[in-house]
Design a protein around this ligand. Structure first.
Ligand code: ZN
Length: 363
């Protein structure tokens, strides 16, 4: 198996087009056509992680955080980023990062944190818009099922927990072929009236080219009349952060203790303005930008990391902020990545790093 097979699968699960504009997810070092030996999964890539990969015979490291984030101007070994990249190149270890695209999918980083928070009814806290299209195609009545089937198969018609969603309206289509045409129905130069169906469905941007290709392939006409509309709807399953309910309300202090037990490190928190916690919002990594969304959604507590001193004041005695640390809240991402890969490649060696990459110690 080549490295690219793992990459293709990961990008099916979390398309790279879903990463934030500032991000640098993808294959950062290595040749995707190389034969894969074993995969090492980690939150971060450091020199120690590359060494671990070499010692375990892994020639691909899949990490959440990209080692190269804002570009490299030299490779002289002046800092840990350059040294890590150089060690990877020297030893033929490929580096692949799956960062904010894994944050933004509802089955990603935040879902895993939600499981550790023991929360149910999880929803995306800040769904993104601009990710959906409406695709409309006009099909002869007898071919509508075959065309719809091909479009579903290619990823069209997904709405939340439902798939194969479409709307179909019967009507009459007209056309007249030029002398250069080769019409499936009717004669050249004569106006045709055909019983057709207006078949429409929602398609995610990242699936659009595949769905259009499948639609054209399955359609009997030489020219396939279709429209693509841009939608303002938000995508309920893609976006930043999550919110959900605890199975049963917990006293605030008990909830904070649970955070420390389950995530380790230290918990920095604001005034306990709620006696009990039932609605929890959270965001893996640096989530302070979502505090206003958590407040607006009526969460009792917002669990994230990397809050600065003045940002704690923004709780405004309306919500509790719990900053549990960046490494701590994303530490289970390696488990998530391993689960994703093992599900698809059950017989392949997918190893979890045994090293703690947290650069921060607590006294
Ligand atoms: Zn992070």
């Amino acid at each position: 198996m080549q490295i690219k097979e793992i990459i293709h699968y990961l990008e099916k699960v979390a398309p790279r087009s879903l990463q934030e504009s500032y991000d640098n997810s993808g294959l950062l070092v290595g040749n995707a056509s190389n034969e894969l030996t074993k995969v090492l999964v980690s939150l971060d890539v450091t020199e120690a992680i590359v060494e671990e990969a070499i010692s375990k015979g892994c020639n691909l490291i899949v990490s959440h955080h990209p080692i190269v984030f804002s570009g490299l101007k030299s490779l002289t070994g002046n800092n840990y980023v350059e040294r890590t990249v150089m060690a990877a190149i020297k030893n033929d270890v490929a580096l692949y990062a799956i960062h904010t695209n894994l944050d933004n999918i509802h089955t990603g980083v935040n879902r895993k944190i939600g499981e550790k928070l023991r929360v149910k009814n999880m929803e995306v806290l800040a769904p993104k818009s601009g990710l959906l299209k409406k695709l409309v195609v006009f099909v002869p009545l007898k071919d509508k099922d075959a065309v719809a089937e091909a479009m579903y198969e290619a990823g069209g018609g997904k709405v939340g927990e439902y798939d194969e969603c479409s709307f179909q309206l019967e009507g009459t289509g007209t056309f007249r072929g030029s002398t250069n045409s080769n019409p499936t129905i009717g004669k050249i130069g004569v106006r045709e009236y055909v019983d057709e169906v207006r078949l429409e469905m929602i398609v995610e941007n990242h699936a659009l080219s595949n769905v259009v290709a499948a639609m054209i392939n399955a359609h009997p006409y030489e020219e396939v009349a279709h429209d693509i509309y841009t939608l303002d709807n938000s995508h309920q399953q893609i976006g930043a952060g999550m919110i959900g309910q605890l199975e049963a309300p917990m006293y605030s202090l008990d909830f904070l203790k649970m955070l420390k037990d389950n995530f380790g490190g230290v918990v920095r928190y604001t005034s306990l303005v709620k006696d009990q916690i039932s609605k929890v919002a959270w965001c893996g990594g640096s989530g302070s930008f979502l505090l206003k969304d958590a407040r607006a959604a009526g969460a009792d507590i917002f669990v994230s990391s990397d809050f600065k001193y003045h940002q704690f004041f923004d709780s405004e005695n309306e919500i509790i902020i719990a900053d549990i640390g960046h490494y701590e809240n994303e530490q289970f991402t390696k488990e998530l990545l391993a689960e994703i890969l093992i599900k698809k490649f059950p017989n392949f060696a997918i190893l979890l790093t045994e090293r703690n990459t947290n650069p921060i110690n607590y006294l």
